[in-house]
Design a protein around this ligand. Sequence first.
Ligand SMILES: [Zn+2]
Length: 118
Amino acid sequence: MLLVTCPICGAEGDETDFHFGGQAHIARPATTNPEGITDAQQREYLFTRINPKGLHFERARCDRGCGKWFHIARDTMTMEIKAYYGVTELPPPDIIAQAKGGWAELFAERTAHAKKTK
Ligand SMILES: [Zn+2]
């Protein structure tokens, strides 16, 4: 059983009290440029996921309390939840530092983009 705490309202429960929404941090090109989306961008959005063994980042909605979405950093080997954070945020820096493979690449890209826009 996975015990989850909503970072927004504090509701606690097992995984059945929360609605899991798949991988976090998916770029949704149709929301920013619906006319200019390419087939490759749409294919990437629909089918390509980062799915490593170990640290993983996923979306969840609080069905027991506030009904809002948030992100969870979870180790898929130990089921340990490492962090909760908002849907518009990146994970805490110490968690990003533990990311490997596709996650490390994604966060390096997003962190560089965030620094450029500041
Ligand atoms: Zn909540």
